[in-house]
Design a protein around this ligand. Structure first.
Ligand code: FE2
Length: 362
């Protein structure tokens, strides 16, 4: 379809990104925790040819880096082809289908996907998603860094009709690009362009975060935005940490809750289960707890990775006592552990962590 240049007005109280998503005419969810993105109501989306909803969680200040959306492809249909100057990472929630990617129309590459697939069309390449089922809709969750791009350039022609080719990220000749191949890198990183099923990616120990913490960091398509898959075993919990905005957590398996709080303010508790999505607000501490008897698996889609870092990474595993952003167990509010112990009692199990000698709190 033909894209109309959107006329951004100066001195608007909304950001350019927010102005633009309002113009799209699809639902905009503004919840703190989306209980289940698999059942979020989606509306007809003329630009994409599918149905969708933007997920504008928390406040605009928490959405300066990245914003997700949900999209449904009707049975037997394809979305409109598109290319854009923002990065996008796609996670398949439900359904099967295929994606075509190209720079030159005569050299299209196609790969197939199913539930649990994670991939990214390289920056500003043409791509088109097709539902492989004639009966059921296919639904995906996408993370974009569109807010950063819209707010900087506030020009839809620049974003959607830009002829620049990022040949440092992708060339039509790269026949293996979406084959699922990848490389293991230091820092628990899996560097690839296509993951058939996120639940099958090998996890690695992450001792700094606490007993039995395991995860894998995901880099896709030479993007700045990245992801990770984390496991949260029951009866143990990780240390709290904080960072800037732009990390969205999707629950793949299990149930539990998160504590989140801005420094010096009371903790708030948010319960979640499979399909839930939330984003810790800018610089809020957050800490996740598993209440199901099987481990929780989380997929994080976030504004930053390790391949093309944007800063702040070095503070994540550094204790707050040393100027970092991670709270050691002995610095934690004792309420954190007490609450989890109470929670575990309900299922007849007990905490499997050594006792803590709490430091005197200032
Ligand atoms: Fe985090």
């Amino acid at each position: 379809m033909e894209l109309k240049q959107y006329a951004f007005k100066p001195f608007n109280k909304d950001t350019a990104f927010e102005t633009w998503i309002k113009s799209e005419g699809i639902p905009i969810l503004r919840e703190f925790v989306v209980r289940d993105v698999r059942t979020v109501e989606v509306g007809p989306w003329a630009r994409t040819g599918g149905k969708g909803a933007w997920l504008m969680l928390n406040t605009a200040a928490d959405q300066t880096a990245t914003t997700p959306y949900v999209c449904e492809i009707p049975p037997g249909r394809s979305l409109e082809p598109e290319k854009h100057m923002y990065e996008e990472m796609i996670f398949i929630l439900d359904g099967v289908g295929a994606t075509e990617v190209w720079v030159d129309e005569k050299k299209k590459r196609t790969f197939e996907w199913g539930p649990g697939s994670l991939f990214a069309a390289p920056l500003n390449t043409w791509h088109r998603l097709t539902n492989g089922s004639g009966q059921k809709p296919a639904r995906f969750l996408a993370l974009t860094n569109a807010p950063a791009v819209f707010n900087l350039y506030h020009n839809t022609k620049f974003v959607f009709e830009n002829p620049f080719v990022f040949d440092d990220r992708y060339e039509d000749e790269e026949s293996e690009y979406f084959s699922g191949k990848g490389e293991q890198k230091p820092g628990r990183v899996w560097d690839s362009n296509f993951i058939a099923d996120v639940s099958r990616v090998a996890l690695h120990d992450w001792k700094e975060r606490g007993p039995s913490a395991r995860n894998v960091e995901i880099e896709l398509a030479h993007n700045t935005i990245a992801g990770h898959i984390s496991e949260g075993r029951p009866c143990v919990y990780r240390k709290a940490h904080r960072h800037g905005p732009g990390a969205f957590i999707y629950i793949l398996e299990g149930t539990g809750y998160s504590l989140m709080w801005p420094e010096g303010k009371p903790m708030k508790r948010y319960d979640w289960g499979v399909g839930s999505l939330f984003t810790p607000p800018n610089r809020w501490f957050h800490q996740h707890f598993t209440t199901s008897k099987d481990p929780v698996k989380r997929l994080a889609m976030k504004a930053w990775g390790q391949k093309y870092p944007i800063g702040g990474w070095e503070l994540l595993d550094k204790p707050t006592d040393d100027g970092g952003d991670m709270i050691e167990y002995e610095n934690e509010d004792p309420l954190v552990r007490r609450m989890y112990e109470e929670e575990l009692k309900k299922s007849g199990v007990t905490l499997q962590m050594p006792p803590v000698n709490y430091k005197k709190r200032a």
